[in-house]
Design a protein around this ligand. Structure first.
Ligand code: CP
Ligand code: NVA
Length: 302
């Protein structure tokens, strides 16, 4: 695998191969088995948006693989002063063995991959969050035993998380149903992709989307970079809270996923969050294992 730019680029089989390697690396980590598959390799990490999980899990992950990380923020580098991404790509490619980037535009990530000569991993853009969804799928499989045939529903904004869950879920054989208000639907590229699948459903009714779901996922109503729209969004998403009323229509053994950070009382009730905390925090842990698999597959040339 050369890069991880978006899940739309991968086949269902490639996604499953990443999850299989992630399971293996998790097992090895838990049993103290060293796996220095990227010995001496350097991962450059660019953050143009805030992060807790992505930042720490990538840095710990590359270290556990025998490599190390160099972190750049837009504030402290020339990126924030407007140096073109084409030049950043060509310079960093001469120093590091792979680049993880969290930024706004998907085009910036694609340009980094096009102009650089090392693997590029998308650590979140406005368009998608592939590393998170790999961890989500890994977690669902861990608790449910399989992915194919399960119903996954996403309640909320047609944002990076919804986009990646639609792509990833459908590619691995899940039925995917999403509920979002008019005006907050996923972009055309995602809907065109999903149209090819009979097991995709888009509605503005959260209770319809959640009916008989095996997995219920939600995310913040206001993503990074949208802070000025917060008030408008709070009004638009009223009724889209994953609470006990919504969970009552899902399967009795349904599990909840949230990429975090969570806003209790907005997209998820405190009760549902705590009742599903074991799944949500395993999901957070699995960022580490899933991303190590991505690092090995890209920077290790597998
Ligand atoms: N879920 C996630 O990507 O978390 P961070 O923003 O903390 O990296
Ligand atoms: N949709 C959220 C995800 C955060 C991990 C955001 O982009 O801010």
């Amino acid at each position: 695998m050369k890069h991880l730019l978006k899940l739309l680029d991968l086949s269902g089989q490639e996604i499953m191969e990443i999850l299989n390697l992630a399971d293996q690396l998790k097992y090895e980590t838990k049993h103290g088995i060293e796996h220095h598959r990227l010995k001496g390799k350097c991962l450059g990490m660019i953050f143009e948006k805030s992060s807790t999980r992505t930042r720490v899990s990538f840095e710990v992950g590359i270290n556990q693989l025998g490599g190390y990380a160099v972190v750049l923020s837009s504030d402290g580098s020339q990126i924030g002063r407007g140096e073109p991404v084409q030049d950043t790509a060509r310079v960093l490619s001469r120093y590091v063995d792979g680049i993880m980037i969290r930024t706004f535009g998907q085009d910036e990530v694609e340009a980094l991959a096009e102009h650089g000569s090392v693997p590029v991993i998308n650590g979140l853009t406005d368009f998608c969050h592939p590393c998170q969804v790999l961890a989500d799928l890994m977690t669902v499989r861990e608790f449910k035993g399989a992915l194919e045939g399960l119903k996954l529903c996403f309640i909320g904004d047609g944002n990076n998380m919804m986009n990646s869950l639609i792509a990833g879920g459908l590619k691995v054989g899940m039925a995917v149903s999403v509920a979002c208000p008019e005006g907050y639907r996923p972009p055309k590229e995602i809907l065109d992709f999903a149209d090819g699948y009979g097991c995709f459903e888009l509605t503005d009714d959260p209770l319809l989307a959640a009916r008989d779901a095996d997995v219920v996922v939600t995310d913040v109503w206001t993503s990074m970079g949208q802070e000025e729209e917060r008030q408008k969004r709070e009004a638009a998403f009223k009724g889209y809270c994953v609470d006990e009323r919504l969970m009552a229509v899902a399967k009795p053994d349904a599990m909840v996923q949230h990429c975090l950070p969570a806003h209790r009382g907005e997209e998820i009730s405190a009760e549902v969050f705590e009742a599903h905390a074991q799944y949500i925090f395993e999901e957070a842990e699995n960022r580490l294992h899933a991303q190590k698999a991505v690092l090995v597959k890209t920077m290790g040339g597998e």
